[in-house]
Each structure stands twice: as structure tokens, then as C-alpha cells.
Design a protein around this ligand. Structure first.
Ligand SMILES: Cc1ncc(COP(=O)(O)O)c(C=O)c1O
Length: 400
């Protein structure tokens, strides 16, 4: 698809700068100020009564429903997702996933989850939803239109993750969503890797597009936040569920996330360029087997990525062919520029040992070598490559 454009005809880089910056909320300043408030004061009892009836952003009511700082961020994310009616903000990506599932499911229902789902999404479905009388079943991420063979009367939602955040299979989202739509099943996508910039999810048929804003939206590894964006059909349900569950993000966090959003375009482009440079270099190394990066042909679903995505971000995995637990640890421990830590999407590079086989139930993980996940930050890729080369020296010593 070509670059997504808003109705004004502006391109994504312009949208990242202008979206959500409504004068009624920002006043004369560029960034929306931090409106800290639990109590909003009314002029009169009549005014108070009026405030009760309006349940939409832009009307002061009470702190839990936010203030211009949060409204402006939510509006920006909505404006950047073609086809969206609204966005709810949550205190983490996991809470966005959990609340979006609750918005479309009830006891007796079933949800189908992709087998490469982010592990906390799985454990939420397997433990919490199970207690609510909701069944979780897993499917092969590469299933495509055949997903319809799994549908039962009880199937009411499908969770997709595109690509999976450890193993990077690219799903055929349009095929899955089209089958789901015909059967009246809601589709929820964890779109954290691509964001609406690289994968405009609603355009491809997804009902609720979710991001851990903690990653690329915030971009500086200092705020936890989630967001779910949807079209008209699910907007009221998504909003009510979040409000009934008391979901709110702090204005300080919303301020920081909005600040991060303004540079999303340039950051994503740099993450993309540097990650591709590192991934291509890894392909030349004798220690490396497969490089699981959606823009490279080793990756399952690479052709779908080419068909559907506007770009690739900074997260991918690679296989150490003769790697075991010890030599993989020697490789990672030797890196000076890559931090060892969960999360990703910030300006810093990270390396993580990952073992996807542990989390699968519908499909087998057959890759033999040990897997390392890299997040490529905004450092110079030449320095990152030199650092990885030192890691391979230690890997070879540990392997011999
Ligand atoms: C793919 C993916 N989805 C969701 C999340 C959850 O986000 P958060 O950590 O903000 O709860 C993460 C976090 O690592 C993630 O990698």
C-alpha cells in the first residue's frame, strides 16, 4: 500500500507532527500542557448535570476521563490510523490487550490466538479469561484464510500479532479478517512492531488495532502505555469497557508519549535502515543461520510483508547455528552497546536470548539453533556491527 494519507492529503511525516494538536486543547503553545487533575469544578449544578450526560473526549467530567493532555494524544493516534473512530489509552500494552478482549467477549465465548502471541497475552487468555468462562484456542500464525476451519458457534474473537515479536512470522491479515468478518467474529491485532505507520491495520480489515505505546510511540524507554484504536462498530464498547474497568493514564505520561509521537516518523525510518544494515551483515556471518526479519526472505510471510507493509521497524531475531545456552550467553554478555533487557522501541539497542518453543502449543518450533532477539536503536549501525563482531569472538571461544 502507498503511504497512508489523512483526508487533508497530508503524508505520514506531516501527520505525526500535526495530529491531535487542536487549539481548543493546546491553546497557543506547541505541545499540549500537562493538565493534572482529579477534580474538575463546575460553574453550577446545571453545569454539573450537563457534564454527566456527555461521554466523549473534550468535556471535562472527572479526572478518570482525562483532560486535554490525554485527549490530544488519543486524537493524534486516531487521526494517524485511517478508518478509525477513536482510541482508548491504557496504563500498559498488556492492559490494552486485556481490556480490548474483554470488550468483545463474554462467558461461553471462545477466542482464537495466534500461536506466536506475546506471552502475557497468552497467559491472560489461559488464566484470566478461563476463569471468566471464556475458552482460548491457538492457531498456526501462517494459517491465512484456512482459519475459518477452526470457527465454531462460540468463536467470537481472534487475536493476531503481526509479525510475532519473537519469531516474526508475517500473518495474512486481510485473509484472516475477511474470513472473520463473514462469520461475525471480531479481530484484534497487536500492531506494536509496525504501528499504523507501517501497517494501517483498520484499512486491512482489523477491528481493533492495539499497540504497546511503551515501545515506538513513547520511543524513549521511560513510560508504560497502551492504546487501542477502532472503527465505529466497536468504539462505544471499547470505550465503555475501559471506563468501567477504571483505565486511565496519567497526564504526565500522556505528555511524554505525545512528545515521542512527534518524532515517530524519523525514528522509525532510522530504526528500519539500521536494522536492515545489521540484519544483512548478520546474513554474511558463518555463525548465523536464519535471520528472522520480515523484510528478508528467510522470514515466514516475507511475501505478505512485501504486499501489505509500508516498512519494517528495528526488532528481529537471528539463529546462532551451533549455539547453546552457554555460548549464546557468552555472545550477549560480550556486547557493550546492546543492553540486556525486556522491551524495545526505545532509542537504545537491546539483545535478548529467546526460546519461542516454550510458548507454543498449536505448532512446533523446529529451528535447531539458539535464537537471539535484537532491537536496533539509533546508534550508528557501524558501531553496532563492530560490537556484534566482538560478541561473535566470544561466541566462538565458548563454542570451541
Ligand atoms: C508485542 C508486544 N505486545 C505487547 C507488549 C506489552 O506492552 P507493555 O509492556 O506496555 O505492557 C509487549 C511488551 O514487551 C510486546 O512486546
Amino acid at each position: 500500500m502507498s503511504d497512508n494519507q489523512d483526508p487533508s492529503g497530508n503524508k505520514p511525516a506531516t501527520q505525526a507532527v500535526t495530529s491531535g494538536r487542536h487549539k481548543k486543547w493546546t491553546g497557543a503553545v506547541v505541545n499540549p500542557p500537562v493538565w493534572r487533575a482529579s477534580t474538575h469544578l463546575y460553574d453550577s449544578v446545571a453545569d454539573l448535570r450537563g457534564g454527566l450526560s456527555a461521554n466523549e473526549d473534550g468535556h471535562f467530567f472527572y479526572g478518570r476521563r482525562g483532560s486535554p493532555t490525554q485527549w490530544s494524544l488519543a486524537a493524534a493516534l486516531t487521526e494517524m490510523e485511517p478508518g478509525a473512530a477513536g482510541t482508548m489509552l491504557y496504563p500498559s500494552g498488556v492492559s490494552a490487550i486485556a481490556c480490548a478482549m474483554l470488550a468483545v467477549l463474554k462467558p461461553g465465548d471462545e477466542i482464537l490466538l495466534t500461536d506466536n502471541s506475546y506471552d502475557p497475552s497468552r497467559s491472560y487468555a489461559d488464566a484470566f479469561l478461563k476463569r471468566m468462562g471464556i475458552t482460548a484456542r491457538y492457531y498456526d500464525p501462517m494459517i491465512g484464510a484456512d482459519i475459518q476451519s477452526l470457527f465454531t458457534e462460540q468463536t467470537k474473537a481472534i487475536l493476531l500479532e503481526n509479525p510475532g515479536s519473537l519469531t516474526f512470522e508475517v500473518q495474512d491479515v486481510p485473509a484472516i479478517c475477511s474470513a472473520a468478518k463473514q462469520a461475525g467474529i471480531a479481530t484484534l491485532l497487536d500492531n506494536t512492531w509496525a504501528t499504523s505507520r507501517f501497517f494501517p491495520a483498520l484499512h486491512y480489515g482489523v477491528d481493533i488495532s492495539i499497540v504497546a505505546a511503551t515501545k515506538y510511540i513513547v520511543g524513549h524507554s521511560d513510560v508504560m502505555m497502551g492504546a487501542a484504536t477502532t472503527h465505529d462498530k466497536y468504539w462505544t464498547r471499547l470505550r465503555r469497557t475501559a471506563q468501567q474497568l477504571g483505565q486511565v493514564v496519567s497526564p504526565d505520561d500522556a505528555y511524554l508519549a505525545a512528545r515521542g509521537l512527534r518524532t515517530l516518523e524519523v525514528r522509525l525510518k532510522q530504526h528500519e535502515k539500521s536494522a536492515l544494515a545489521v540484519a544483512q551483515w548478520l546474513k554474511t556471518r558463518p555463525e548465523v543461520g536464519k535471520v528472522l526479519h520480515p523484510a528478508l526472505s528467510d522470514c515466514p510471510g516475507h511475501d505478505i510483508w512485501k504486499r501489505d507493509f509500508n516498512g519494517s521497524s528495528g526488532l528481529f531475531s537471528f539463529e546462532l547455528t551451533k549455539g547453546n545456552e552457554q555460548s549464546r550467553a557468552a555472545f550477549i554478555d560480550a556486547l557493550a552497546l546492546f543492553g540486556i533487557g525486556y522491551s524495545w522501541g526505545g532509542y537504545e539497542s537491546l539483545a535478548l536470548p529467546v526460546d519461542p518453543g516454550k510458548h507454543r502449543t498449536a505448532t512446533d518450533w523446529t529451528m535447531k539453533g539458539a535464537l537471539v532477539r535484537l532491537h536496533i536503536g539509533l546508534e550508528d549501525p557501524d558501531d553496532l556491527i563492530a560490537d556484534l563482531a566482538k560478541g561473535f569472538e566470544q561466541f566462538s571461544i565458548a563454542s570451541s
